[in-house]
Design a protein around this ligand. Structure first.
Ligand code: ATP
Ligand code: MG
Length: 278
């Protein structure tokens, strides 16, 4: 069985001049697995690109990377090759749909089942994080799709970001694990202001209730109320697109979950402008 339906052909990424301000660096996290982090990360990267932003999507799920699978690409190189010292970080970038600055975005793929990546020692994670921070100067936004859980390397990568988008569903264990992720992240840095994304909502009202429950727990036990970035509706079109290894945003841009993620992209852009004071 071949996983590669669409090769990452296009053209080598054209490197824009480095920015003077760092990109907004969003870690997409959840605690619980299977809640839609990878779908949201890919759709958000594509949405930000459509809004004219230069975007790098990083597959930060070191053990079970699958951004490449959901994109339907067979990258020639990846983070495992970087960690092995075979390629430089910026040469492991694969352009999608023309690449960053050309209507698409760039991706730094991982490698599923790579023991070397899954068990990366602390100093190498720190080196990778530093490399990503340097590379982020070439982009407006870096979106990092994290693995599930709150283990040390996942939290280290999450802290590379200057913000975190926590994906939560109405499943009680997702709500509990999402809250736990926020608590641990804030334990490292109380200045982090996580944004909440409610995914797989059956109705907007149900999504809003899920958000309120998590926000209330944060307010009561952590002393702050995280902001809602948006609610993404449950739609079988998402699963079909993933099964066909096509992005929903390219195959059905009018689909409700795509519109929902576009609204989240506007929030992310608005927040970056507010922080830069423009
Ligand atoms: N809004 C949605 N509507 C319907 N299905 C969805 C939606 N979001 C995600 N899914 C489906 O849920 C499943 C899990 O999604 P995804 O792989 O993005 O989750 P994940 O959090 O990245 O999982 P993991 O923790 O294993 O990395 C996939 O089959 C995906 O198609
Ligand atoms: Mg995933």
């Amino acid at each position: 069985m071949s996983f590669a339906l669409r090769r990452s052909q296009d053209r080598p990424p054209v490197r824009p001049p480095p920015r003077v301000t760092p990109a907004s660096f969003i870690a997409v996290a959840s605690g619980k697995g299977g809640v839609g982090k990878t779908f949201v990360s890919i759709s958000l990267s594509s949405a930000l690109a459509q809004l004219g932003r230069r975007v790098l999507l990083v597959d930060g799920d070191l053990g079970l990377a699958n951004v490449d699978v959901q994109l339907g690409i067979a990258p020639e190189t990846d983070l495992a090759a970087v960690v092995a010292g075979w390629v430089e970080l910026e040469d492991a970038v694969t352009p999608i749909d023309g690449g960053a600055g050309h209507g698409g975005f760039d991706v730094l793929p991982g490698r599923s089942g790579s023991g070397a990546l899954a068990e990366l020692p602390t100093d190498q994670v720190a080196r990778l994080a530093a490399g990503l921070s340097a590379l982020s100067l070439q982009y407006d936004h870096v979106v990092m799709d994290l693995g599930a859980g709150i283990e040390a390397n996942c939290m280290r990568l999450a802290r590379t970001g200057d913000r975190a988008l926590i994906v939560i569903t109405d499943d009680p264990s997702s709500m509990t694990d999402g809250y736990a992720f926020i608590k641990v992240l804030r334990g490292y840095d109380p200045r982090v202001e996580p944004l909440i994304c409610i995914n797989l909502a059956d109705t907007r009202a149900a999504g809003q209730r899920t958000y309120e429950a998590v926000a209330r727990a944060c307010q009561t036990f952590l002393g702050f109320r995280p902001r809602l970035a948006g609610i993404v509706m449950n739609d079988p079109k998402v699963r079909n697109a993933v099964r066909c290894q096509k992005t929903l945003i390219s195959s059905d841009p009018a689909a409700q979950p795509v519109q929902d993620v576009l609204a989240i992209a506007q929030v992310v852009i608005g927040q970056s402008h507010a922080e830069l004071g423009n």
